[in-house]
Design a binder for this molecule. Sequence first.
Ligand code: NAD
Length: 360
Amino acid sequence: MSKQILILPGDGIGPEIMAEAVKVLRLANDKFRLGFELTEDVIGGAAIDRHGVPLADETLARAQAADAVLLGAVGGPKWDKIERDIRPERGLLKIRSALGLFANLRPATLYPQLASASTLKPEVVSGLDILIVRELTGGIYFGAPRGQRQLDNGERQAFDTLPYSEGEIRRIARVGFDMARVRNRKLCSVDKANVLASSQLWREVVEEVARDYPEVELSHMYVDNAAMQLVRAPKQFDVIVTDNMFGDILSDQASMLTGSIGMLPSASLDANNKGMYEPCHGSAPDIAGQGVANPLATILSVAMMLRYSFEQAAAAGAIEQAVSQVLDQGLRTGDIAAPGCTRVGTQGMGDAVVAALSAL
Ligand code: NAD
């Protein structure tokens, strides 16, 4: 039976970068006889314009029926002033939580060709290869109660709640250990156990799970130290596992070590490795419609999809190799431009990856 992939281009540069990723996906589909069927739908601002909500029920049903989802990015100034509950980002939160995508994988890999694009010294970052595993459906972004109330003295007070159950911690810890096991066998669990009750349980449960993975070297680090170590000596890390909010911040920080957010893919997985794949960046309204956005993060998200949801490591590796070859050829979009390189647009970059992949 064919495998269904739902394509959700989204807003801003989403449709531009997705067009290139789909070209690469279609080629991989033919070349490696993957048997994928692609369908497309709307999410975010585009869905608000069409349905009045950022994620229509029928779109969610299609996502639930699909084997994997490939997403561009959502949001933009056009929808910034609408009611909070139907903002484009709500569509994203809803699809992640409805699909049970609790594990967010964000690699921060520095292609040697782009070492000079990082703001850190090349010797600090060259060869960087970190994977951040972030818990995505729990913690403070979803915790209740939350809101605002008025204090007796008339002041407004706002509050959020940071709950984590044992089961939520255990399943994300397992993903961290599983990933570390097939990489360099080092897992660093990041928390704030010196202050937060949720982090104390986090640390206890991670220690319990570690007993099943004697081959993985486990360490713990407080989040403030982790933020410091990521810029001081990032190559000390292999896999980092952490909660939703810490992971949100640290994965953006790690992405910048690599120079451009336009290069970084991500995967969000459920318990059965069904996943949603998307670039780490947003919809970049400042450059939308100009044909200059870097499509490589989305193309590399296709590679992650083939690896994690479909166990097609050879096809995934071929896409990654094609991207590396294109960088070797000196082709660069504006965000990774360097002296002596050839500047290309979104489509030019996509075409070059397609050409490199067909030649492999
Ligand atoms: P952004 O990631 O869209 O842009 C940040 C900067 O990086 C901009 O200067 C942009 O031009 C540049 N950039 C991003 N992707 C690029 C690419 N592929 N090639 C070249 N340059 C690229 O973040 P932002 O400006 O904070 O947010 C813009 C909109 O995107 C907002 O509406 C925000 O809510 C939304 N957003 C969506 C997601 C998502 O869909 N997952 C994530 C973050 C932000």
